[in-house]
Design a binder for this molecule. Structure first.
Ligand SMILES: Nc1ncnc2c1ncn2[C@@H]1O[C@H](COP(=O)(O)OP(=O)(O)O)[C@@H](O)[C@H]1O
Ligand SMILES: [Mg+2]
Length: 346
């Protein structure tokens, strides 16, 4: 497996338009997207983005259409040049790379999965999957080997001789994923990769990614406009609005401590039982004897409720995932409170 590498984005700005550089001063002084638009006819795409994406985790960037998600992800492999700022990948500033260095970097360190699959219609599943390796000059037998391994891992074994138009949307997206994984790049960039899929297929594909990630441990940057998808997939989640990050944190941070009314509005529609963890709603043990029933701290309130109902219990000991020790008590009342309150400060 390729070495893991993280991504650091520092003071990144993107202004679209011919006088971008001149307008930087105004933006640094606090000019808004609307001001820039109305007074200067330039688009403020990104406004002072700072992010630290740890290696080997799934980082979700969430926001409504036009908030700057694609602009941001395209800076990571420099499909877009910033107006100001740094994009450090594995300690190297992508913004300063020469043409050749950038080409090597894109080819070997990053892989992309697209919303529209971008499969070649006259190539089979197998030929599409090893396409990147073919371009890299990897010998035929070796690239078939690698491609077959990923075709199997994404659940497409037996379909390798089919053509894209013989596959459903979900299956085509599996090919897109297998192709991206075949080149063994440590960074996987997914821009609304699942947004065109039907809801059930989409949830399936989320499961595929989560299962794969346990093994591949890539640094995944995953873009979505869907909060449920963000909460399910993200080790970290950044929420963008008008080119600015308005909150960064874990799913628990976003749901339990929304940064402002805008995010609270989104969060209101979330199925809290499926997101809030047992250890976020527990009470401290305070030296008391832990209850006999147990639930892992990382399990959801839904999971905990199910364990209670199945065992006729109303209290569970919450077990720390790492130490295996009981660290708190979760009661049925606490579950109900966390699920029904809009702002459980549990
Ligand atoms: N090449 C461009 N020229 C001018 N404006 C652009 C360009 N690309 C994107 N924008 C603008 O930048 C903002 C962010 O766009 P984008 O990153 O595509 O948003 P998202 O992916 O979140 O839907 C939008 O206001 C969009 O209109
Ligand atoms: Mg986009």
């Amino acid at each position: 497996m390729a070495d893991q590498i993280g991504i650091e984005i520092r003071n990144l700005y993107k202004i679209f338009g011919p006088r971008a550089a001149e307008l930087m001063e105004k933006v640094r002084a606090g000019a808004t997207k609307t001001e820039l638009n109305e007074q200067h006819h330039h688009v403020l795409g990104l406004n002072n983005i700072n992010m630290s994406m740890a290696a080997g985790q799934i980082h979700v960037i969430m926001g409504l259409s036009g908030s700057g998600k694609s602009t941001l992800i395209r800076h990571i492999n420099r499909l877009i040049d910033p107006t100001a700022g740094e994009v450090m990948v594995g300690g190297e500033n992508v913004v300063g790379m020469s043409k050749e260095a950038l080409r090597e970097f894109r080819r070997h360190q990053t892989a992309m999965v697209f919303q529209k699959f971008a499969l070649l219609p006259n190539r089979t599943v197998l030929e599409n999957t090893y396409y990147g390796l073919e371009i890299q000059g990897v010998p035929h037998a070796k690239r078939v080997d690698a491609a077959m391994r990923w075709i199997e891992r994404v659940g497409l074994k037996g379909f390798e001789k089919k053509y894209p138009n013989q596959l459903s949307g979900g299956m085509q997206q599996r090919v897109g994923l297998a192709r991206a994984l075949s080149n063994d790049a440590p960074i996987l960039l997914m821009d609304e990769a699942y947004s065109a899929l039907d809801p059930l297929i989409r949830v399936d594909m989320q499961t595929v990614l989560l299962d794969l990630q346990k093994e591949i441990r890539k640094t995944v940057v995953f873009i979505t406009h869907d909060l449920d998808e963000a909460l399910r997939l993200g080790d970290s989640i950044a929420i963008l609005r008008d080119g600015e990050i308005i909150q960064q944190g874990t799913s628990q941070d976003i749901v339990l401590r929304p940064a402002d009314a805008y995010i609270e509005n989104f969060v209101r529609e979330v199925n809290r039982g499926r997101v809030i963890r047992a250890d976020a709603a527990m009470a401290a043990l305070n030296g008391a004897e832990p209850p006999a029933g147990r639930v892992s701290g990382s399990n959801t309130l839904d999971d905990a409720g199910r364990i209670m109902v199945q065992n006729g219990m109303t209290r569970l000991a919450v077990i720390d995932d790492h130490s295996g020790q009981p660290v708190g008590v979760l009661t049925m009342e606490a579950i109900m409170a966390a699920i029904t309150r809009h702002n459980a400060a549990a």
